[in-house]
Design a protein around this ligand. Structure first.
Ligand code: GLC
Length: 571
């Protein structure tokens, strides 16, 4: 069959070649992130839980996603909302029990949804039995060697061993008191004081994590999202590095030296080992997805070489400014980089660590993107943000590869941008004394029903973070079945993405639309889709004969694609 995109239609350079129609599931999956604290609360304590999730999985099936990724639900003192794990083989009482987890996985599988769990290998909680044993056992002990303990500098050892900062603000080291009451050694924590970094040079750590992987794989889990995947190994000698660290920041500026705590070559040995553990479980593939804040893309894709992880989050796409030039560049370079190692690219616009894209895109273009918005900050333009968010998602879901959705984005939810400080729980806010607002604004419990206690999140009024008054208008029951709602847009996009094989398709640039338009053709598996995202100030025309499949907003009366609107069309 001749390639229909060669037949005089608006198609030009090939950016990415189509994959086979029967490509492995993770090469084109749409994965929905559940932040368990905030999705659905069955027991009414104000914190979401696994029975709440199980009861609502049908909603995700109807939405049309392929898999669900859970932020951590393990036993944890919750100093960093569960990214501080005290027991990797148990569920925190807040979320339920192991039996609840098994029931959730069984229900998901019944519905044909895969389940990916979060794995936090860079650090444990300070309440993990290993850390408690390390404190008790004292300097030089094998127990201490599971973490990164060092003597302090200065005559009394009262200065930290080096000048590393914590990503959450403040020092990266904390001094302990030894069992005899004397001031003791220091331990490294790249995040909160309650998240001591593990010493991955100690073979015991690798063995333990292989065993943890097997524990969850044996329970039927389909994959792992690997937290801070670029951080496990530190440069030998822990050389000084007096630079502030920020979440999702690929530290490497072109030509800059590699920060000694990130992206050390030896991390890849860890992922090769894990790959072979997962491969031992046969088909369908179990997967690893890297949260690695690594630049440039050529280094980032080393995490997804054929014998390592399967996917990595594409934070360059998430961080791209709302300009056609930047989006075109990041789409092209992401696919090129991923193709160079034979991996799928992935796409993501929101997660639990960033301002939701419906709010982010309502801020002025070109400014530094905040990791949280407070009432005293310039407020996003909510209508503009939603319009652009819908256009951005419509562009994203047309791209080949895997895509990640963050709970609530299918409702067009904005961040909570006026949360009083007293409610905030992100350690970033606490450690920087409010200088960094932190991530609570994107973590607010989901509105399911406008006229119900806690907007239907749970059976009581309780919510662990306050829901903004405006959230009622975004509730699922306000959008379900309503033509033009964001929820119905997502459902249509996901259905059409599947029907038109956009996840495995090839991608070409489409020409003749002007600099302010991202115009692409996804070749699908033979039925091409023209994708036009108009970021310019003037409406643009679709080619003659093109028929709109789905649009992120209304077209003009004469059928033009207006500003901040994306259209899929057949032609
Ligand atoms: C990752 C998580 C973030 C967490 C941090 C420390 O970046 O996404 O939420 O705070 O790791 O575990």
């Amino acid at each position: 069959m001749p390639d229909p995109t060669e037949s005089g239609r608006p198609a030009a350079d090939l950016i990415h070649a189509a994959g086979p129609a029967d490509a492995a599931w993770w090469r084109h999956a749409v994965i929905y992130q559940i932040y368990p604290r905030s999705w659905a609360d069955a027991d009414g304590d104000g914190i979401g839980d696994l029975p709440g999730v199980t009861a609502r999985l049908d909603y995700l099936k109807a939405l049309g996603v392929d898999a669900v990724w859970f932020s951590p639900f393990y036993k944890s003192p919750q100093a960093d909302a569960g990214y501080d794990v005290a027991d990797y083989r148990d569920i925190d009482g807040l979320f339920g029990t192991l039996a609840d987890a098994d029931a959730m996985v069984a229900r998901a599988h019944e519905l044909g949804l895969k389940v990916i769990v979060d794995l936090v290998p860079n650090h444990t909680s300070d309440e993990h039995e290993w850390f408690q044993a390390a404190l008790a056992a004292g300097p030089g002990s094998p127990e201490r060697d599971r973490y990164i303990f060092r003597d302090g500098k200065g005559p009394d050892g009262d200065l930290p061993p080096n000048d590393w900062h914590s990503v959450f603000g403040g020092d990266g080291w904390t001094r302990v008191t030894e069992a005899d009451g004397s001031p003791g050694q220091w331990y490294l924590h790249l995040f909160d004081t309650k998240q001591p970094d593990l010493n991955w040079d100690n073979p015991e750590i690798g063995d333990e994590f292989e065993s943890i992987l097997r524990f969850w794989l044996d329970r039927g889990i389909d994959g792992f999202r690997v937290d801070v995947a670029h951080g496990l190994i530190k440069e030998k000698g822990l050389p000084d590095y007096d630079v502030e660290l920020h979440i999702l920041d690929g530290e490497l500026k072109p030509g800059a030296p590699m920060p000694p705590m990130w992206d050390q070559d030896a991390v890849h040995d860890v992922y090769r080992r894990w790959h072979s553990v997962l491969a031992g479980y046969g088909e369908p593939d179990r997967i690893l997805v890297a949260e690695a804040w690594v630049r440039p893309q050529e280094r980032a894709v080393r995490y997804v070489r054929p014998d390592e992880m399967h996917q990595a989050f594409n934070f360059d796409f998430l961080k791209a400014q709302w300009t056609a030039a930047e989006l075109r560049e990041v789409i092209t370079s992401s696919l090129e980089a991923a193709d160079s190692v034979g991996a799928p690219s992935t796409w993501v616009l929101s997660n639990h660590d960033v301002v939701r894209h419906a709010s982010r895109l309502g801020l002025p273009v070109g400014e530094r993107q905040p990791n949280g918005i407070s009432a005293t900050d310039p407020q996003p333009d909510r209508a503009l943000g939603l319009r652009r968010a819908r256009a951005a998602t419509t562009l994203m879901l047309a791209l080949p590869g895997g895509a990640y959705l963050y709970q609530g984005e299918e409702l067009g939810l904005p961040d909570s941008t006026d949360m009083p400080g007293e409610f905030r729980q992100d350690p970033t806010f606490l450690r920087t004394k409010g200088k960094e607002i932190g991530r609570d604004g994107c973590r607010v419990p989901i509105p399911w029903q406008k006229d119900a206690p806690s907007l239907g999140f749970g059976p009581t009024e309780a919510t662990w973070l306050p829901q903004p008054a405006v959230y009622g208008d975004y509730a699922v029951d306000q959008q379900d079945g309503v033509e033009g709602s964001t929820l119905e847009l997502y459902r249509t996009l996901l259905r059409c993405r599947r029907e038109r094989d956009l996840g495995t398709g090839g991608l070409r640039a489409a020409e003749g639309f002007g600099d302010d338009v991202v115009a692409l053709v996804n070749t699908g598996q033979g039925v091409p889709t023209l994708v036009v995202a108009n970021l310019g100030s003037e409406p643009v025309a679709l080619p003659e004969g093109a028929t709109v499949v789905v649009a992120s907003g209304d077209l003009t009366d004469d059928g033009l694609v207006p500003t901040d609107t994306t259209v899929w069309a057949s032609f």
